[in-house]
Design a protein around this ligand. Sequence first.
Ligand SMILES: *Cc1c(COP(=O)(O)O)cnc(C)c1O
Length: 236
Amino acid sequence: MTESLRREFLARGLRNVSERVAKAAECAGRDPDLITTVVVTKTWPASDLRLLHELGVRDFGENRHQEGVEKAAELADLDLTWHFIGQIQSNKANKISRYADVVHSVDSVPVAQRLNAGAHHREKVVDCFVQVDLGPEGLVQGRGGVVPAEIDEVAHTIDTAGRLRLGGVMGVVPLGADPASSYRRLAEVSRRLLETHRGATAISAGMSADVEEAIVAGATHVRVGSAVLGERPPLG
Ligand SMILES: *Cc1c(COP(=O)(O)O)cnc(C)c1O
């Protein structure tokens, strides 16, 4: 695809997503300007991110450390906000917080501690969301996240770490589960967390397939990949 065709494709995808966000916000009686769309660019080349930047995108999501760190270096001339949204191996955490501005997928105390260690190497504090396991109690989902009983401990670690700021919660719908009810549970977890951490207002929820359900449930951040960039090439 030529660059100008790719730009048109991306522009159309962005328009479509922003219309969906606006319509869902209207249905929910919410202000669409208070919803951040993170464009998930995993597997796509830096050239796409440059086009998206020209089209006005500033918030980019990546889910693998190696790819994220390379793109952040390659695009260091642009003023971008990097969101790390993937599962974090704890031995990578202190590298991720050197370039990621927002980490959506904090899922343990050691990960939070290591993110904090890495964040000492930069000026800005790193916004952190606690990833909540939305699977049925006692079932291992493999999509990551902290079980509800342990959320307070991870949140407290972030809150008191020094170089991290507790932004809120994040969730991924378990395979086969209903997005609307999963996101309602996430919103309930968010309300409980807000009782003890008044600044933890963010709810990161919603992907290409279920932006509407997430916004109706209160999402402040939606993470949208394929609806903007197209179907990802299969991972090799
Ligand atoms: C890939 C990914 C997304 C975006 O998924 P799409 O279906 O392409 O919109 C959102 N959140 C996480 C955690 C992801 O890994």
